[in-house]
Design a protein around this ligand. Structure first.
Ligand code: ZN
Length: 459
């Protein structure tokens, strides 16, 4: 069976890359290796996606769908006998409706292209994260991506009104709803959001847009204790009248890393505090917003909640604060990082972090660093443990056991915003009961009985 020839007959010569050409492509921005697959199909329409899936289904060929390849959990890995289905040629923004406040897009549109297009109409798509230039909206829906504004607007799931999806056998399910309220039976789109390409291939989306905020107030804050961080979050949220848009926490080692050479960033406040917060409010009235933000900061200072703060005086200041938060790649200077994206109750975070700091040296010795930062308001921490590259394979399982077992006692989530992929599937039972997993498997069997779509991922 010549997969390449068969698929080319369906979607054209340039629509399909053969294995040797697939192998010239990078496996993603975070990956040192290249792709491999029997073929890579690049359909240009939903009908072509359906044709590829119908053929693969009939011939028992597994299909791995690709968006921007910015994921971190090996959710898009393909094997040499599998077909990669890339949405890279489906990059059209089909319409933007400023009255209904929706955008209808093809799945291969990148986040940044959408952000720029809606901004031109004074509208706003609120999911944002550093990989915006590469990550695609189809991939973001398939993984339910989070980011830096979840505290105010929710995750990708909360921005999707409708989807068009192709099922494993090539059936097109067009559910392109654009209504905010629509309680007419099962909400089918939710099945596919966060399913990591295992239940269907998302081809088009109707996304909810918001009015664009026009002002921004940002501060970098130093705090003496974790209780203060928690109280500061409540204080700011209460004081800002619904305009709090980000609340990012950093434990001291991460702050020192991103504000010390070879990092380009410089410390906006002293490096001596145990905790740091990047807080931001977005609004629409410069004077009013600034007065309210500064008053809230002053009150926090006077009551002793915070001990130091730099308040951005310009967009450049604000951008430099965010650059510190986004400099996650600096952990690479300390070794090869074992990274985690976990959720846990805010009240448990400090205890969890303290125990990890204490246990790590017992398990893996002293030769490592521990960086913790994340989206505190969402209960989401990113943990990074760089180790010597030569030790990585041996130490990774030990570090994973420490982190994930530590979540077990309060049923934290082994994935907050990155998904399960291959990387976390062994640990999924930490967060999900047997009954829950059985229901997931029943859905998978109902929609993809031959196990053609992204086989082996999640469970
Ligand atoms: Zn994140």
């Amino acid at each position: 069976m010549d997969i390449v020839r068969e698929l080319r007959a369906l979607i054209g010569e340039s629509g399909v890359l053969e294995a040797a050409d697939v192998a010239k492509r990078s496996a993603g921005v975070w990956r040192p290796d290249n792709l491999r697959a029997a073929a890579l199909a690049r359909p240009t329409s939903t009908e072509e996606v359906a044709a590829v899936l119908r053929w693969c289904h009939a011939n028992g060929v597994p299909v791995v769908t690709h968006g921007g390849l910015t994921g971190l959990v090996h959710g898009a890995d393909a094997g040499p006998d599998e077909v990669i289905l890339s949405l890279e040629r489906m990059r059209a923004i089909e319409s933007i409706d400023p009255v209904q406040r929706t955008a209808t897009v093809q799945a291969g549109v990148t986040l940044q292209i959408l952000q720029d297009a809606v901004e031109a109409q004074q509208l706003f798509f609120p999911v944002d994260f550093p990989a915006r230039g590469t990550a695609t909206l189809g991939g973001m829906a398939a993984t339910n991506a989070g980011g830096n504004s979840v505290i105010r607007y929710g995750m990708t799931r909360d921005q999707v009104l409708g989807l068009e999806v192709v099922l494993a056998d090539g059936t097109i399910v067009s559910s392109l709803n654009s209504l905010i309220k629509n309680n007419t039976g099962y909400d089918l789109k939710q099945l596919f959001i966060g399913s990591e390409g295992t239940l269907g291939v998302i081809t088009r989306l109707v996304l909810r847009l918001r009015e664009k905020p026009t002002t921004e107030n940002t501060a970098f804050v130093g705090l003496e204790g974790f209780d203060n961080v928690v109280q500061f979050l409540k204080h700011m949220d209460r004081s800002l009248g619904g305009t709090l848009s980000s609340f990012e926490v950093m434990w001291q080692p991460f702050y020192q890393l991103v504000t010390t050479a070879p990092a380009k960033g410089r410390p906006p406040i002293s490096q001596d505090y145990p905790f740091y917060v990047l807080v931001e409010s977005q609004g629409s009235d410069r004077d009013l917003d600034t007065r309210r933000f500064n008053a809230a900061m002053e009150a926090a200072f006077e009551s002793g909640l915070i001990v130091d703060a730099a308040i951005a005086q310009s967009e450049a200041d604000s951008a430099s604060f965010w650059a510190l938060r986004d400099s996650v790649e600096l952990v690479l200077h300390c070794g090869l990082p074992v990274i985690f994206d976990i959720s846990l109750p805010i009240a448990e975070m400090e205890g969890f972090a303290a125990r990890l700091k204490e246990e790590l040296p017992k398990e893996i010795g002293e030769d490592h660093r521990l960086f913790i930062f994340g989206h505190l308001g969402d209960g989401n921490l990113h943990v990074s443990v760089p180790v010597k590259p030569a030790d990585y394979m041996a130490l990774r399982p030990k570090i994973e056991a420490l982190v994930y077992r530590g979540l077990e006692s309060f049923r934290g989530a082994v994935s907050a915003e990155h998904g399960i992929g291959l990387e976390k599937k062994a640990w999924l039972p930490v967060s999900r009961s047997k009954v829950e997993l059985d229901v997931m498997r029943a859905l998978k069997t109902a929609l993809d009985p031959l196990n053609v779509l992204n086989p082996g991922k999640i469970f």
